[in-house]
Design a binder for this molecule. Structure first.
Ligand SMILES: [Mg+2]
Length: 203
């Protein structure tokens, strides 16, 4: 008998990959700054926090991603153990805001850090420097068929929850002080991966 597993979406940046910390390690010495992840009370406008144009922030980010740093971003603590457990119960897919230009890097990164446990990746194509169509995470939910999602960004959580996806939020500086809508299936924020895994393995 073939048992069809429920599909679980797992965001990449700040959920599997410690991207912002890693980027700041690249950005700070080049720009003689000392920004820390904890200061980012919003995530989708790094330029605002760093006092530079969004264009400058994105061009630095693209340079970082295509440097050796892009492929060697440390993983978020506990994520490998979580994936090893969750793959026994769910089909795992990754919906990401990353731009399509990072497709090769991203697939290599996931395969080398998560033992090919993630069966597909779709790119919403935000943060692109050369245009192209942007998708929402709700678009990706429809396209990929995930019914649950582990995410760090509130607006992504809300748009997916509005189409019925159960969202598990991983606590981050940009979501810990934001009130969550009480009428939507958004759970957390959870302190860490073990807490999320317990929840996802239980029901
Ligand atoms: Mg993220």
């Amino acid at each position: 008998m073939v048992v069809e597993l429920e599909t679980l979406g797992i965001d990449i940046d700040e959920v599997l990959a410690d991207t912002l910390n890693s980027f700041l390690g690249f950005y700070n010495p080049r720009n003689e700054t000392d920004f820390k992840r904890q200061e980012f009370y919003v995530y989708n406008d790094w330029g605002k926090i760093m006092g530079v144009s969004e264009q400058h922030a994105m061009s630095e980010f693209h340079e970082f991603m295509f440097s050796p740093g892009g492929l060697t971003i440390p993983i978020i603590s506990g994520s490998q153990q979580a994936i090893a457990s969750l793959r026994t119960r769910y089909q795992l897919v990754s919906p990401t805001y990353r731009s399509t230009c990072f497709e090769d890097i991203t697939k290599k990164y996931l395969d080398s850090n998560f033992q090919r446990a993630i069966s597909s990746v779709e790119f919403a194509n935000h943060y692109s420097t050369n245009g192209g169509q942007k998708l929402s995470k709700a678009d990706l939910a429809r396209k990929m068929g995930f019914t649950r999602l582990v995410e760090d960004q509130i607006h992504a959580a809300i748009e997916c929850a509005e189409v019925g996806v159960k969202v598990y939020l991983l606590k981050s500086p940009w979501n810990e002080n934001v009130p969550l809508p009480t009428d939507l299936p958004i759970f957390g924020p959870f302190n860490n991966w073990p807490e999320i895994t317990t929840e996802l393995m239980r029901n």
